[in-house]
Design a protein. Structure first.
Length: 255
């Protein structure tokens, strides 16, 4: 465990040097702050507009950061030949994967936490109240980010950082649309089409499970049972992605 944490710390320190990370966080906070000016001229739905923009902005920023840190962690170790030193220590390959994953997750969650705190403070100043209902969608944004980091790490075990990023974006978009696949499959007459459609439905992460921003923005209470169910789904999917990553990475030779 200490080896995994040591690797994770090294990944965290290296990723935190990226200027793009700070640009994304600052831009998101700026967009949330700017929404307070726009909402002033929007009659009747000022608070809802702020919540919509804030949650959507944090979700998009979290997606960009998660893909960036997840898809670049392993390729950078390979390019810098650091991995050869680590494997020779020896460090087990599963420890290397888990360390890379945890370091990337820590960076992603820290970035989300900064944006979330800024969002809650700006919203509290505007509404003169602490909107605790916002914590539930923000929690799911965090777990969506964890799943996305795991997916990005998986791709990075056999692709370059650029290709990994592109594939992760495709999975992110497809994952938000995958809930429509069963309805499309029902209309398909071809057995092969139905099989492929259902296969994609079960293989792709259903990111719509993590999307409770709309009801939260409307002030609708989201039950904790739903939140814990989605967290469990995310944890299981993340574990599967990491197991596949380790299985692929075990067969790679860095000699």
């Amino acid at each position: 465990m200490s080896t995994i944490l040591t690797i994770a710390q090294g990944v965290y320190q290296r990723l935190m040097k990226s200027r793009i990370l700070y640009v994304i966080v600052v831009f998101c906070l700026f967009a949330i702050a700017y929404s307070t000016l726009y909402s002033a001229v929007t009659a009747g739905e000022e608070t809802k507009l702020m919540k919509d923009i804030g949650l959507a902005g944090i979700a998009v920023a979290a997606m960009l950061i998660s893909i960036m840190v997840g898809s670049t962690a392993i390729p950078k170790e390979i390019e810098s030949r650091t991995i050869q030193t680590l494997i020779a220590k020896p460090v087990r390959k599963y420890e290397f994967i888990l360390g890379q994953f945890l370091g990337a997750v820590y960076v992603a969650l820290l970035s989300i936490a900064i944006m979330a705190v800024g969002f809650i403070i700006i919203l509290a100043i505007k509404t003169h109240a602490l909107n605790l209902v916002m914590f539930k969608p923000l929690i799911l944004v965090c777990f969506e980010a964890i799943v996305l980091v795991a997916v990005s790490v998986l791709f990075s075990t056999f692709c370059s950082s650029m290709v990994s990023s592109i594939l992760a974006v495709v999975v992110y978009i497809a994952g938000h649309l995958s809930y429509q696949i069963p309805f499309l499959v029902e209309r398909a007459g071809n057995v092969v089409t139905k099989f492929v459609g259902l296969l994609l439905y079960y293989v792709l992460p259903n990111f719509q499970y993590f999307n409770v921003k709309a009801p939260a923005a409307h002030g609708i209470c989201i039950p904790w049972g739903l939140i814990f169910g989605v967290i469990l789904y995310g944890a299981i999917y993340t574990a599967i992605m990491l197991l596949v990553s380790v299985a692929i990475f075990k067969n790679k030779d860095f000699a």
